[in-house]
Design a protein around this ligand. Structure first.
Ligand code: SF4
Ligand code: SF4
Length: 83
């Protein structure tokens, strides 16, 4: 299980600051930061702590099992970033 970043992400990186295991990417300075329209959670490295959820101003982060059907594509989108 892992958390997933879905629609609305503004790339403000607040979740990166909150994550204790550094599993959210890309970060400012990474060439991919400018290319990507949102940030992503590494599906294997996430420890399901939930620390990123309350700091996200857009409510974009949710546990895998809570992702609604219309946002299901974000699950693969998060995983694909790290492949
Ligand atoms: S749930 Fe915890 S480990 Fe997973 S992305 Fe959020 S802060 Fe990082
Ligand atoms: S805190 Fe929310 S809006 Fe900000 S970068 Fe993370 S997922 Fe995107």
């Amino acid at each position: 299980m892992a958390y997933v970043i879905t629609e609305g992400c503004t790339k403000d990186e607040l979740c990166i600051e909150a994550c204790p295991v550094d599993c959210i990417a890309p970060k400012t300075g990474d060439p991919r930061f400018e290319e990507e329209t949102q940030l992503y959670v590494h599906p294997d490295d996430c420890i399901d702590c939930g620390a990123c959820v309350p700091v996200c101003p857009t409510g974009s982060i949710m546990p895998l099992e809570s992702v609604p059907p219309e946002m299901a594509s974000y699950i693969e989108k998060n995983a694909a970033y790290f492949q």
